[in-house]
Design a protein around this ligand. Structure first.
Ligand SMILES: Cc1ncc(COP(=O)(O)O)c(C=O)c1O
Length: 388
């Protein structure tokens, strides 16, 4: 191992959402808290990435960004080497983060009375951005079978009113780490085609896949029968660069891309210098770091699952992907609000309560496992004291 992931960012930086989450408890005891909510890792990005940004700052030039061609070249290389898909540079647009990009897509392709479908429970910002843009939110609750989620397209078909325009798929899925099979992805594209829906596929977690599991980047299902998709990828989760706020909006279809670009122009955004430089370097030099990270995360996942699933009252879903554990607390017999208080105030663990992920999420809690094994042990030891 060349990289030492035990050498975590020990103190949670004050200018971070993770720190704000601790402050929100109104506790004075910051030191004791384990912040396992916000999906930032506690690891430093690859040293090459830190070196590049240090060098940039030392030049003293902090002006507008240029040179996007070399960034796009790295995106194309990355998609080819890590996902075996050949994208064209002209298909790639950049955005100030994927949530912002979803907002742009909603405004480009829908109007206020139109429906937008999500598969819940799912990443809470989908719901927020749909509502903030005054679009009609349609939640299609997934079915849980043998500790795995499945899409319920039959039920969704029965609910369709004809005013739905967009379906958002999180692939791999956050929370639950579920990887969708090629057949499931095909079913979704048939569904979209039959119902004239544009499909947004958010693949922000697609690099964080555990050994033995296979993620299929959406275009590899074959776009000969379905072209109306917008693929979103990023380096931010992969390399812990979320503060760089950037992401890729990849649209092979010409007319869809033109419509997106027109709306994107209206945001006034141009690429964020720091995010682009961080992302480009990470894709160039981060392969080995990422391979080792995945092995480290796997150990954390296995350890956490073993400890949690030994308890009669809790059940952790096995993650195919992502570092976001999804734990069912329903057998505790307590309400979600009670479990939340126990976790937050008695155990001093910050987590995300499942209700915030929409229908089907009640009394689950999401825990971020991307921290040092040492801190993870502290978390499970604390959890075991109350949830036996
Ligand atoms: C599925 C998913 N999409 C998007 C984001 C955030 O993307 P961004 O920071 O680029 O807006 C997250 C963050 O955790 C996420 O889990």
């Amino acid at each position: 191992m060349k990289y030492n992931f035990d050498n975590y960012l020990a103190n949670i930086p004050q200018r971070s959402l993770k720190f704000d989450a601790i402050k929100a408890t109104k506790s004075n005891d910051f030191e004791k808290y384990l912040s396992m909510g916000v999906a930032d890792m506690s690891f430093k990005p690859p040293q090459e990435v830190l070196n590049v940004i240090k060098r940039e700052i030392e030049t003293g030039f902090l002006g507008y960004y240029g040179g996007i061609e070399s960034y796009k070249k790295e995106v194309v290389n990355w998609l080819k080497t890590r996902h075996n898909w050949k994208a064209k540079p002209e298909w790639i647009n950049t955005a100030h983060g994927l949530v912002a990009a979803i907002g742009t897509v909603l405004r480009a392709f829908t109007s206020e009375t139109d429906g937008v479908i999500i598969f819940s429970p799912v990443y809470h910002s989908f719901r927020k951005i749909i509502k903030a843009n005054n679009r009609v939110l349609i939640e299609s609750e997934m079915i849980k079978k043998n500790e795995r989620y499945y899409l319920d397209l039959n039920n969704l078909a029965n609910k369709m009113k004809g005013s739905e325009r967009i379906l958002i798929l999180c692939s791999p899925h956050n929370p639950s780490g579920r990887i969708w099979s090629k057949n499931e992805l095909k079913d979704i594209s048939y569904f979209c085609k039959n119902n004239k829906l544009i499909l947004i596929i958010d693949e922000i977690h697609n690099d964080l896949v555990y050994p033995g599991k296979q993620h299929t980047i959406f275009p590899l299902i074959g776009d000969d029968f379905f072209e109306d998709y917008i693929l979103m990828t990023s380096t931010t989760k992969t390399f812990n660069l979320a503060g760089g706020l950037m992401g890729n909006v990849i649209i092979p279809n010409d007319s869809l891309r033109a419509k997106f670009q027109k709306e994107n122009l209206a945001t006034g955004e141009t690429p964020n210098r720091f995010g682009m430089i961080l992302g480009e370097e990470a894709m160039k030099s981060g392969h080995h770091w990422l391979n080792e990270l995945i092995n480290y995360l796997k150990k954390n996942r296995d350890f956490f699952d073993k400890e949690i699933n030994n308890l009669k009252t809790l059940k952790s879903m096995q993650l195919d992907s992502t570092y976001l554990a999804w734990v069912d607390f329903s057998k505790t017999g307590e309400a979600e609000s009670t479990n939340f208080k126990k976790l937050t105030y008695e155990l001093k663990i910050i987590s995300n309560p499942g209700s915030s992920f929409g229908s089907g999420g009640y009394n689950f809690f999401r825990f971020n496992l991307a921290t040092s094994n040492y801190l993870l042990k502290r978390a499970t030891t604390r959890i075991k004291t109350i949830f036996k």
